[in-house]
Ligand binder design. Structure first.
Ligand SMILES: NC(=O)c1ccc[n+]([C@@H]2O[C@H](COP(=O)([O-])OP(=O)(O)OC[C@H]3O[C@@H](n4cnc5c(N)ncnc54)[C@H](OP(=O)(O)O)[C@@H]3O)[C@@H](O)[C@H]2O)c1
Length: 320
């Protein structure tokens, strides 16, 4: 299959490119810079110049492919062009600044999915996108057949899931992979490294309250296999869970970080967590176990790489 991958130059994307090529697919990745294009060419993929802010470049990439995996996401102001960013800072809508950026990011993701899916309409060619298990209700083991919960810290991103559902209802073979909040492995620059940085800065590794709230996790190489299987076999509207560890108590994560940094692991209050972690605090407090049983049964996906605690307990996570 000729596969178009957005976010192909990223942490998960590069693993997906290697996984797809290893399975005999040809890959073209979206590249918004020469640097990203060089990464793709080094991996043996082709680069397609474009950006999430230029939907025509996405349609063109999808139209030339037999299938699409959409991983690119605007993770912060740095991914937004300067002029637009200034507009969001200066205002012009009743939302506060965080709300304005959130709305702009979800709107851009919606436009990107519409451009990609629109190019695939009526062709039976697949589109795989990602969401997070952090968009599910807390306090129980989330399953693939549940809907996102408006009270969850990942709710903002549920627009992605709604877009996929809408396109699947229009006959596009669009599927959704809900990834665990920690997709871990070498070169991880997701949420876990932010906890490590906060522990260094505050001279202790914090968990909130008793730290019994659980996080699911998946190794990025296992996530890459799942994304390939979803592309090859997913049916319209299918939802899969990229989860290997169902629920690791957060205090265990904090304790590995503390031991590795030679710092105490300490219980902190939600107020102290907000001071240390800012927007990340609600995620660190969230009890978010999730199952991938249905995914494993449907796709024959069996994660085989190390779990979060073993993977985290390595020098590579703690280089200064
Ligand atoms: N990592 C995790 O733990 C985790 C957990 C749950 C869900 N996810 C989701 O999985 C997906 C991939 O995550 P990741 O960790 O691989 O992210 P990442 O390493 O930050 O990579 C993001 C990718 O998106 C591209 N990108 C960002 N803004 C863009 C724009 N305006 N136009 C075009 N491309 C743009 C980046 O391109 P450049 O190379 O040019 O920067 C990069 O290829 C994301 O949707 C993320 O939210 C990740």
């Amino acid at each position: 299959m000729r596969v178009f991958v957005t976010g192909a130059s990223g942490f998960i994307g590069q693993a997906v490119v290697k996984e797809l090529m290893g399975a005999g697919h040809q890959v073209t990745g979206l590249a918004r810079s020469d640097n990203a294009a060089q990464k793709l060419i080094k991996l043996g993929a082709k680069a397609h110049a474009g950006s999430l802010h230029e939907p025509d470049t996405l349609s063109a990439g999808a139209a030339a492919a037999d299938g699409v995996i959409h991983l690119a996401f605007i993770h912060g102001p740095g991914d937004i062009p300067l002029g637009r960013r200034l507009g969001l800072i200066l205002g012009g809508s009743p939302l506060n600044m965080v709300g304005r950026f959130g709305a702009a990011i979800t709107a851009a993701d919606r436009r990107a999915i519409d451009a990609l899916a629109g190019a695939l309409t009526g062709s039976g060619r697949p589109l795989v996108t990602v969401f997070g298990t952090m968009g599910m209700a807390e306090g129980h083991t989330a399953t693939e057949d549940e809907e996102p919960d408006p009270r969850s810290p990942g709710w903002m991103r549920s627009q992605t899931e709604a877009a996929v559902k809408a396109w699947a209802e229009r006959g596009v073979r669009a599927t959704m992979v809900r990834l665990a909040p920690s997709v871990h492995g070498d070169d991880d620059h997701g949420l876990i490294p932010k906890f490590i940085a906060a522990a260094r800065k505050h001279k202790s590794s914090g968990y909130i309250g008793d730290g019994e709230n659980r996080w699911s996790a998946v190794h990025r190489l296992d996530a890459a296999v799942l994304l390939r299987l979803a592309l090859e076999e997913g049916q319209p509207g299918a939802r899969f869970h990229g989860v290997a560890d169902e629920g690791v108590p957060f205090h265990q994560i904090a304790k590995v970080i503390g031991r590795r940094l030679n710092l105490p692991a300490v219980s902190i209050t939600p107020r102290e967590a907000a001071r240390r972690l800012s927007w990340l605090a609600p995620f660190a407090a969230y009890d978010n176990p999730a199952s991938s049983q249905q995914t494993q049964e449907q796709l024959g996906w069996h994660p085989s790489h190390p779990g979060l605690l073993a993977d985290l307990d390595r020098e590579v996570y703690f280089r200064a």
